[in-house]
Design a protein around this ligand. Structure first.
Ligand SMILES: Nc1ncnc2c1ncn2[C@@H]1O[C@H](COP(=O)(O)OP(=O)(O)O)[C@@H](O)[C@H]1O
Ligand SMILES: CC(=O)N[C@@H](CCC(=O)OP(=O)(O)O)C(=O)O
Length: 257
């Protein structure tokens, strides 16, 4: 990877932004990182979505780490993520917050409408828009609601969205979450896997030690590698210094193609 790679897509997960202190810490680390290389931030916001659903008396459930999304839930997801998008771009400064529906940034299709409702996967990324912003020295902060061919919103898991952006841009991807990486014996942090091959990931899913929210993350990491991303790392957004260490390949779990 060299001292630093050329550019990086950072997926910022909702669990690592639960408190204002955490958010400020990650914003500081991202600000330092982008002094070294161009950075695109793709964010989720599961806990913020949960709060908004509760406030409105709505509920949703997860299947394989994906939120089953009725049209009403879709509206609430979009509202919560749009607000967060503005807050995160403001935290970072010199950044523009965009949703996947802006300028066709993320275009997608429904994954399995019968089981999952309006959950989507990304088919096309407007990389010209991202490169234009990066070329102007502005950091794009992307919320993971895509647009479908029917013009309506799609709820894309933020890991999936980040993996798609990394693949389309041909850049590496760092997934910031609330664990140090992938544990072989979850939740024992001593069992952190420094690297995992595709076959090991498949074995982990089959044997059940990779589950829940880790499923879309490893899936997105492997898809990004397959699409040409030079690296994919899953690391903690909760520990100060992790972003720089992970960018140097010295923290987290690195997925191998
Ligand atoms: N083998 C594993 N190693 C680490 N975490 C795991 C593993 N299997 C499942 N997980 C779960 O995945 C979670 C991270 O995914 P998620 O909750 O979706 O976070 P984020 O909001 O960052 O996307 C961890 O908090 C943990 O509960
Ligand atoms: C389809 C699907 O599951 N979408 C996610 C989008 C947000 C997300 O992924 O947030 P985190 O990164 O914090 O998990 C959801 O509705 O929760």
């Amino acid at each position: 990877m060299g001292r630093y790679c050329v550019g990086m897509i950072v997926k910022y997960g909702g669990n690592a932004m639960k408190s204002p202190e955490l958010r400020r810490g990650v914003a500081r680390e991202l600000a330092a990182l982008r002094r070294e290389m161009p950075v695109v931030v793709v964010h989720g916001g599961g806990p913020a979505i949960e709060r908004e659903l509760q406030a409105r008396g709505a509920r949703s459930r997860f299947v394989d780490g994906l939120r089953v999304t009725s049209p009403d839930v879709m509206d609430i997801v979009e509202m919560a993520l749009c607000k967060l998008n503005k807050e995160l771009s403001q935290d970072l400064g010199n950044a523009v917050g965009l949703m996947g529906r802006d300028s066709d940034l993320l275009r997608g299709t429904l994954l399995d409408p019968v089981r999952l409702g309006r959950v989507g996967e990304v088919r096309h990324v407007n990389t010209d828009l991202l490169r234009t912003l990066l070329g102007a020295g502005i950091t794009p902060v992307v919320g993971c609601v895509a647009v479908a061919d029917d013009g309506d919103a799609l709820n894309v898991n933020a890991d999936t969205a980040a993996g798609a952006v990394a693949g389309a841009m041909g850049e590496g991807v760092l997934f910031l979450t609330d664990v140090d990486g992938v544990y072989r014996q979850y939740p024992d942090p001593q069992s952190l896997a420094p690297t995992l091959t595709r076959a090991e990931v498949q074995g982990g899913i089959r044997d059940g030690w990779i589950a829940g929210g880790m499923l879309p993350k490893v899936g997105a990491a492997l898809s990004a590698l397959e699409a040409g991303a030079p690296f994919a790392i899953i690391a903690s957004g909760m520990r100060p210094g992790t972003v720089e260490a992970a960018a140097r390949g010295q923290a987290g779990t690195r997925l191998l193609p």
